[in-house]
Design a protein around this ligand. Structure first.
Ligand SMILES: Nc1nc2c(ncn2[C@@H]2O[C@H](COP(=O)(O)OP(=O)(O)OP(=O)(O)O)[C@@H](O)[C@H]2O)c(=O)[nH]1
Ligand SMILES: [Mg+2]
Length: 618
């Protein structure tokens, strides 16, 4: 009888099936450290200890036989003998990741329930050991009712034993293991529960560290607690941005003020001195004082990344993202957009589905980038009282938190609408391997913070510097006639009158209108523009110059200030983002769509904020 005998490798994605396949057959299947590498069946020849050949089939990873994707469909068909031109494999070899036993045992039970000759390869035990786990293959074998062979595919450990077990499984086909009970009718939650018990029973000993890590995961990834914990962390972060930064920001502000006074005292009055004090020092200085806030924000983000928490945040958010039609793959691009939408949009290249990717690009500018922080911080410090609304809860930090949440919420709603209209499609869930918890290293943290601070200062020294000088010149010429205000007379003032007509209905004053156009270069320019405008204006009125924050507090009504905040949650005030969106979508159509919908939202929400605030008597 020369019938070709076959065995198939099945299991969750990233369990090491292809690595085992290569080790057993000498093939060169692509393996890589992420799920979904193998997407079709591959066959190779394994020589059994008896010298007999056996056809071994490597299959795509699968979470269940209820196939969701085409590659999982391949697995289901091959295992059930429904694949065209393929015989029913006699032996099923389940490959488990020993370091993720609980997760992998769910599908394993479904395979064993088929009642076919089955062998389990308990792979990656080296990783389990590294994590501080000592496993008991015998206990697992007892619980599953099939032989369990420990293997390390990449170091060719346990291969002979596995081949032996495959050969034997064929012989004992149909006899069933000691504990084999009918498991056909288990539901998914029942399988999950059984998986947890079996995984627990299979652990002989666990290091204190591993226990700590699983304990942390139990709390941080808890179905109910996970989301509130994430929000509390973010909440604390925004409180800290205000509470901790204040002394440093005050120091910087005093420093800029001192330099300005020194310049005034040392140099003769005139064009150049005004350019330096009203343009460079008032304008650029007004942005630089937000450096402490930026550093604190990134300190939190970097610690969350380095400790392994950020990946868990992605895991927690995945369900929420799926509900609005985004895949979990969008999480990292959207997260990067909190720093800046440009790297965020570029990171969407990792999203395979084009509609999915387009949606992510279109909503990325709604994530609050760090360029908005100076604008938010200035307005909040100026008009929101520095009081507490509960033990340890500052009102200013609360408002900042609300603005970030408004951006996220806006993005979710927009994504939902886009997925139902112009970017139709369904969400694809993702399962990611969670990295180990780690104590963030101070050195890495320092380097990361330095890089962020440098990016911020470089922007202040280049784009913001240039925009401020151009604006100062436009504000200073032509010179006002006696009795006329300098702003009214200037080129910038006249240009602003046109913009003001458009934004007056939503409560903006003329200085705000004046700040909006140069702020297209970068959002922080809104702050430097206001500073320069007020510096020029107060010079003109022979007033003593006040700090920008005090100017805003004195001149803006609360509804106007709130409307300006609402505007910046949505407005696409960034030419570089538009340019990157054009490059990544290969054309002007989508960037124009993005700019259009964002300005429309900004206008509507700023207007609504203004009129509601006015009606409320604020
Ligand atoms: N340390 C260690 N790494 C392993 C072991 N087995 C596989 N790997 C690694 O785990 C990763 C995934 O292995 P693959 O063989 O591609 O996994 P797969 O099950 O074929 O994954 P899909 O094709 O996506 O279903 C690769 O980076 C392998 O090098 C092992 O026993 N120990
Ligand atoms: Mg594979």
């Amino acid at each position: 009888m020369t019938r070709q005998r076959t065995a198939a490798l099945v299991g969750n994605p990233n369990a090491g099936k292809s690595a085992l396949f290569n080790a057993l057959t000498g093939a060169r299947q692509k393996i890589a450290n992420y799920p979904g590498v193998t997407v079709e069946r591959k066959a190779g020849r394994l020589i059994l200890p008896s010298g007999e050949p056996l056809e071994l089939i490597d299959l795509p990873g699968s979470y269940s036989f209820d196939a969701a994707s085409p590659d999982e469909e391949v697995t289901r068909k091959v295992v059930h003998g429904e694949f065209p031109g393929e015989v029913l494999p006699e032996v099923l070899v389940i490959v488990l990741d020993a370091a993720n036993l609980e997760q992998h045992l769910v599908f394993a039970q479904e395979v064993i329930a088929l009642g076919r000759p089955t062998v389990v390869a308990l792979n990656m035990i080296d990783l389990a050991e590294r994590d501080g786990l000592t496993l008991d293959p015998a206990a697992l074998s007892q619980a599953l009712g099939v032989p369990v062979i420990p293997t390390v595919a990449v170091r060719r450990k346990g291969l002979a034993e596995l081949a032996e077990a495959i050969a034997r499984a064929e012989v004992t086909a149909g006899e069933g293991g000691a504990d084999a009970q009918p498991r056909q009718h288990m539901t998914l939650p029942e399988r999950r529960l059984a998986a947890r018990h079996m995984a627990k029973a299979a652990v002989l000993s666990e290091s204190a560290r591993h226990r700590l890590h699983t304990g942390l995961d139990k709390v941080l990834l808890h179905p109910w607690l996970g989301v509130p914990i994430l929000f509390v962390l973010l909440f604390v972060m925004f409180q800290a941005v205000f509470a901790w930064a204040t002394p440093f920001a005050d120091g910087l502000e005093a420093g800029v003020g001192a330099i300005s006074e020194w310049v005034v005292a040392t140099f003769p009055g005139g064009f150049l001195r005004d350019l330096v004090t009203e343009g460079v020092l008032a304008g650029v200085g007004s942005v630089v004082v937000f450096l402490p806030q930026i550093v604190i924000l990134f300190a939190f983000i970097l610690v969350m990344e380095a400790s392994g928490y950020m990946a868990r945040a992605a895991y927690i958010m995945d369900r929420l993202m799926a509900r609005v039609g985004l895949s979990g793959k969008s999480f990292i691009p959207l997260l990067s957009s909190f720093a800046c939408a440009i790297p965020g949009i570029m990171a969407t290249r990792s999203i395979a589905d084009p509609k999915d990717r387009l949606t992510t690009i279109l909503v990325a500018p709604l994530m609050t980038c760090s360029a908005r922080l100076p604008v938010y911080a200035l307005i909040i410090a100026a008009v929101i009282p520095n009081t507490t609304v509960g033990p340890g809860v500052g009102l200013q930090g609360l408002v900042l938190f609300a603005l970030y949440v408004a951006g996220i919420f806006g993005a979710m709603v927009v994504a939902l609408v886009l997925r139902r209209t112009v970017a139709q499609g369904s969400a694809s869930g993702f399962i990611m391997e969670l990295p180990r918890y780690q104590m963030p290293r101070l050195r890495d943290l320092g380097i990361g913070l330095w890089q962020r601070a440098w990016v911020f200062l470089r922007r202040a020294g280049t784009i913001i510097f240039m925009a401020t000088i151009v604006l100062w010149v436009l504000l200073t010429f032509p010179k006002a006639e006696p009795g006329e205000s300098q702003i009214d007379a200037s080129i910038a003032g006249r240009l602003a009158t046109g913009v003001h007509a458009v934004v007056e209905p939503i409560g903006f004053n003329r200085e705000m209108a004046l700040a909006l156009v140069p702020a297209m270069a970068a959002r922080e320019v809104a702050v430097s523009s206001l500073a320069t405008t007020y510096a020029v204006a107060s010079d003109d009125e022979e007033e003593t110059a006040m700090a920008l924050e005090e100017e805003v507090a004195a001149r803006w009504s609360l509804p106007t200030a709130l409307a300006f905040l609402a505007w910046f949650v949505f407005a696409p005030q960034c030419l570089s983002t538009i340019a990157v969106a054009r490059r990544e979508t290969n054309g002007w159509k989508w960037p124009m769509f993005m700019v259009g919908y964002l300005f429309a939202l900004a206008y509507v929400f700023a207007g609504a904020t203004y009129w509601i605030a006015v009606a409320a008597g604020l």
